[in-house]
Design a protein around this ligand. Structure first.
Ligand SMILES: CC(C)(COP(=O)(O)OP(=O)(O)OC[C@H]1O[C@@H](n2cnc3c(N)ncnc32)[C@H](O)[C@@H]1OP(=O)(O)O)[C@@H](O)C(=O)NCCC(=O)NCCS
Length: 156
């Protein structure tokens, strides 16, 4: 959300092991098919970019991104339900893109469920294009669900 001066009120801090059980609880509240705490722990341990979204000293979301060579891959992006629809995910996404740019990535990839139109809209509005489909990538209630693969080129 923007303040009257136009400055984002959000800030970002690194996620550490000590945050994982809190983040895992948030994850399970917001995803039907959620990551386990151990996946978050592995991401922290592996040195992935794991960022907490802070609003008024409160953690309201998180993002996880892997960078290898000149490619970034957004693996998880979440704003806790009470704080959604206020533009915070858009700010988080731009923050991750800035981090990727600083680390000299040329492109950012992500996967998203076609059944998650809010996320698909968010990514399209943020300059991601659909570049492919991964068949049966996700668990779903009716067996498997495909993933849309989306990418945004980072212009320098
Ligand atoms: C998807 C998610 C990250 C969006 O977070 P958010 O903070 O509500 O998103 P924002 O308020 O920044 O919205 C950005 C854009 O998303 C889209 N969007 C947001 N809410 C929407 C809605 N109810 N219906 C359709 N599009 C919507 C719009 O394009 C919106 O832009 P606009 O506000 O200019 O119209 C959030 O709902 C979430 O964390 N969901 C659970 C986890 C998840 O699905 N993560 C994505 C996995 S790929």
């Amino acid at each position: 959300m923007n303040s009257p001066s136009g400055q984002s009120q959000l800030s970002f801090e690194p996620m550490y092991d000590r945050h994982v059980s809190f983040i895992g609880t948030m994850e399970r509240r917001n995803y039907e098919f959620s990551w386990s705490d151990s996946i978050f722990r592995d991401c922290v341990k592996s040195g992935y970019i794991c960022q907490l979204v802070i609003l008024n000293n409160e953690i309201i979301g998180y993002g996880v991104m892997q960078i290898g060579a000149d490619e970034a891959h957004i693996l998880n992006l979440c704003i806790d339900e009470p704080w959604q629809k206020r533009g915070h995910a858009r700010v988080l996404l731009e923050h991750l893109i800035q981090e990727a740019t600083q680390r000299r990535a040329n492109i950012v990839f992500l996967e998203v469920r076609p059944s998650n139109p809010r996320a698909v809209d968010l990514y399209q509005m943020s300059g991601f294009n659909e570049i492919g489909l991964r068949k049966g990538y996700y668990d779903s209630r009716n067996g498997r669900e495909d993933a849309l693969v989306m990418a945004r080129n980072l212009v320098r």
